[in-house]
Design a protein around this ligand. Structure first.
Ligand code: HEM
Length: 144
């Protein structure tokens, strides 16, 4: 069972982190250069269809995995040792990702104009950095 959950967690990570790296490093620079939101919007739409389910998989499998290390998960918020700290930071990054994502989806993207491209760039960079941090923290659980 742990094997299956870990495979799902890594598949979700591949989609979420990989998709955001492609967006940040290949799609966004061209769009910023041309001050054209089009390429980002064309990437976001189809990516959402697989990216959001991948994030949902990360939440379910991540909480399941975390519960094995810190039963009940919430006690991790005492930051008492390195394991608690990793789980707590992952939880906080998850909440920050959800808030940033909702802000982009309902505020930035509907009002996107060439002048507002920098706001979108900041958002994409923040979400990508948080995605990579979630991955690095996940790997570091085994290297405490
Ligand atoms: C986009 C979100 C996430 C990404 C990209 C991500 C990524 C990863 C990666 C790459 C690993 C390493 C797996 C391995 O060593 O085989 C991992 C492990 C882990 N993740 Fe996540 N994760 C995410 C969300 C979460 C959440 C929300 C939690 C819950 C607090 C969580 C808890 C864990 C735990 C406990 C492990 C250790 C599993 C083990 O080695 O037994 N993850 N994560």
């Amino acid at each position: 069972m742990v094997f299956l959950v870990l495979v799902l967690h890594l598949l979700g990570a591949a989609v979420w982190v990989g998709g955001h790296l492609v967006l940040s490093l290949t799609v966004l620079p061209g769009a910023l250069r041309d001050r054209d939101p089009g390429p980002v919007l064309r990437f976001e739409k189809p990516f959402e269809r697989i990216g959001i389910p991948a994030l949902v998989v990360q939440v379910i499998t991540g909480l399941w995995l975390a519960d094995r290390y810190v039963p009940g998960i919430l006690p991790a918020l005492d930051f008492a040792d390195r394991l608690h700290t990793i789980v707590a930071i992952k939880l906080l990054l998850l909440i920050a990702t959800a808030i940033t994502g909702a802000h982009a989806r309902f505020w930035i993207i509907p009002r996107l104009t060439p002048q507002r491209m920098p706001a979108l760039a900041v958002h994409v960079t923040v979400v990508t950095t948080m995605a990579v941090a979630l991955l690095v923290l996940g790997v570091s659980v085994r290297y405490l």
